[in-house]
Design a protein around this ligand. Structure first.
Ligand SMILES: [Fe+2]
Length: 172
């Protein structure tokens, strides 16, 4: 079976040209977003949008590094996102009505200030768990992020992540 989600994942991974961190980041956030969505009982449409957003959530980074003098800051990413998201989704065969909700998630996934919940909350939770493992942030940062978690599976996974990182720190 070769559905549009597989096509999108393949195209996003190939776009990264093997960049080790970004390639693995896509795979991890995608897997966790799927899991969190399924645990929350999303509809098929919601899950399709969440999964696509998880695959594409950091897609502007490479583009910005290549075309914005290496500056992949938030502002440049926001400027580059609409065209990239539309192109990737269209090429993979997604219906046009999926483009606005996926783009909104991509654009807002670093906005931790607004109240969350829904698909954005799940994408943020998946990204924060992966970012925590990848960057091993200080305890204060983990405590701040922990407050953002609302889904049950997300809270459990983040608590496990935090416990694992803390015990690793205490052993070194
Ligand atoms: Fe990310």
């Amino acid at each position: 079976m070769h559905d549009k989600e597989q096509t999108l994942l393949l195209q996003a991974l190939l776009y990264e040209q093997g960049h080790p961190r970004r390639t693995q980041h896509i795979l991890k956030v995608y897997a966790l977003a799927r899991l969190l969505g399924e645990e929350e009982g999303l509809t098929m449409e919601e899950q399709r949008v969440l999964n696509a957003a998880a695959i594409l959530h950091d897609i502007p980074i490479r583009y910005c590094k290549l075309h914005c003098q290496g500056d992949a800051g938030q502002e440049n990413q926001r400027r580059a996102a609409p065209k990239l998201v539309e192109a990737f989704l269209t090429q993979a065969g997604y219906p046009p009505e999926d483009i606005p909700p996926v783009l909104e998630l991509v654009l807002r996934h670093h906005d931790y200030s607004a109240p969350h919940g829904g698909l954005l909350g799940l994408l943020i939770e998946a990204d924060l768990i992966v970012n925590s493992y990848e960057t091993d942030p200080p305890l204060g940062q983990l405590e701040t992020w922990e407050k953002l978690f609302q889904s049950q599976a997300g809270r459990q996974l983040f608590a496990a992540c935090r416990a694992g990182l803390e015990s690793q720190t205490s052993q070194t």
